[in-house]
Design a protein around this ligand. Structure first.
Ligand SMILES: C[S@@+](CC[C@H](N)C(=O)[O-])C[C@H]1O[C@@H](n2cnc3c(N)ncnc32)[C@H](O)[C@@H]1O
Length: 403
């Protein structure tokens, strides 16, 4: 019988530690790059109502995606991840630590260290964890004025998803601001004023959250502007900012296409309707913003012109598939156009799909001068494959589509 490989033996150790309830945690690292942006996977046992599960946290530069799975599925996932996505594994069990290193030029290393003191097995249920959130409800009284928390600072019933979305947004923003090279205040504690504009800011939940986080994390002079087409919302948000003495947080009435917002470092537009997302991206690109973050909403523009690519006509006769396909093509075009304009763009799920269907985010970090030829070619291919002659961002950026 052939002997087991180092990887198979490591997976066997993992399986045994899980079965014997000895697993404390497991970390997979050394990404192979096959899954873009995936940096680590962390695995812990958790006690859920439906029974013991393994909690997998898939960490990338912009987000953590969590999945709770059974032991059996968990072991299969670990085996698959070590086969394709990660070179290294570290297993921490109550009585041993096991390290796997799959080295490129040398044979793989499997190291087994017996613990000198046996550690207690972890039993904490998932919901008993101490949460470290960027925005703490009791420390952010503006949340109460916006109706997210009650007078005691507890999250109001029905606002839990909004509160989670606010924190998730700030977590993502945190990583992106750093990635865009904007996150370092001067050694004397003073930073130049970082300018962030939130376009189509609505009731301002995310504008206040961005301001709160920036001001508390090294950007004492952060200048945050919320732009909104509905005057009633501008009155409300400006009043709340004034009541809480939030200097440097401003709200302004106007439309994205027609309002000059200067030269922001960070441009945000979350769930701005249809082509308002394109207007916002175009504003960011033209202003040379270091970071552009949008979560598109209701993609209507391309639906009428979309031509079915070869072999797709049957699938796209169904209204819902056609609608989703139009969303896909619109956002793929936006991501490619941003690349063409000199940005590195990423498309990912912002919050879990169970909270909102509008959960796609496009984040773009300025890296190069505009005019990337390969990205331009991708835009042209996408457009000609789908018969697209007009698209708002294409036109706003002055990109030429084949006639
Ligand atoms: C769905 S809400 C999202 C609010 C906020 N960004 C969020 O994600 O919580 C969209 C907001 O964008 C505003 N809006 C839509 N199109 C706009 C435009 N062209 N210019 C300015 N605001 C716009 C709407 O009035 C609305 O308040």
């Amino acid at each position: 019988m052939p002997s087991l490989s180092a990887r198979d033996r490591f997976v066997e150790y993992v399986s045994k530690a899980i079965d014997a309830k000895r697993l404390i945690k497991l970390t997979l690292g050394g990404p192979t790059g096959k899954q873009e942006h995936l940096q680590n996977v962390f695995v812990r046992p958790v006690a859920l109502q439906e029974g013991p599960r393994l909690k997998f946290v898939y960490r990338s530069a912009t987000q953590d995606v969590t999945k709770n799975v059974t032991s059996e599925e968990g072991v299969a996932r670990v085996a698959a991840l070590l086969e394709t996505d990660f070179r290294n594994g570290h297993l921490f069990a109550t009585d041993e630590n096991i390290t796997l290193e799959q080295r490129e030029t040398r044979s793989p290393l499997l190291k087994v260290e017996r613990a000198t003191v046996v550690r207690p097995p972890p039993v904490a249920p998932a919901h008993d964890r101490v949460k470290h959130r960027p925005i703490e409800p009791k420390a952010a009284p503006w949340l109460h004025s916006l109706g997210v928390t009650d007078a005691q600072g507890a999250v109001c019933k029905g606002m839990e998803a909004k509160f989670r979305q606010i924190n998730k947004f700030v977590e993502i923003l945190q990583g992106l601001v750093a990635d865009a090279g904007l996150a370092v205040p001067g050694a004397d504690g003073r930073a130049r004023a970082l300018r962030l504009v939130d376009m189509g800011c609505g009731k301002g939940y995310l504008t206040f959250a961005a301001y709160d986080w920036l001001r508390g994390h090294g950007w004492p002079a952060a200048d945050v502007l919320g732009l909104e087409a509905r005057p009633d919302l501008v009155v409300l948000t400006a009043r709340v900012a004034a009541e809480h003495g939030l200097a440097g947080l401003r709200f302004r009435h106007g439309t994205i296409a027609d309002t000059d917002v200067g030269t922001p470092d960070v441009l945000v537009a979350l769930h701005a309707c249809d082509t308002a997302t394109d207007d916002a991206i175009a504003r960011g690109v033209k202003a040379g913003a270091a970071l552009i973050v949008v979560a598109p909403c209701c993609h209507k523009e391309l639906r009428a012109q979309l031509k079915s690519p070869p072999g797709m006509a049957g699938a796209l006769k169904h209204g819902i598939l056609r609608e989703r396909y139009a969303e896909f093509v619109t956002d793929a075009l936006r991501a490619a156009l941003l690349e063409w304009a000199g940005y590195e763009s990423r498309v990912f799920e912002f919050v879990s799909a169970e909270h909102t269907a509008r959960n796609l985010m496009i984040a773009a970090v300025k890296r190069r001068p505009p005019g990337d030829a390969a990205a331009g070619e991708r835009v042209r291919e996408l457009a000609s494959l789908h018969g697209i002659k007009h698209q708002r961002l294409v036109e706003a950026l002055g990109f030429e589509l084949p006639g």
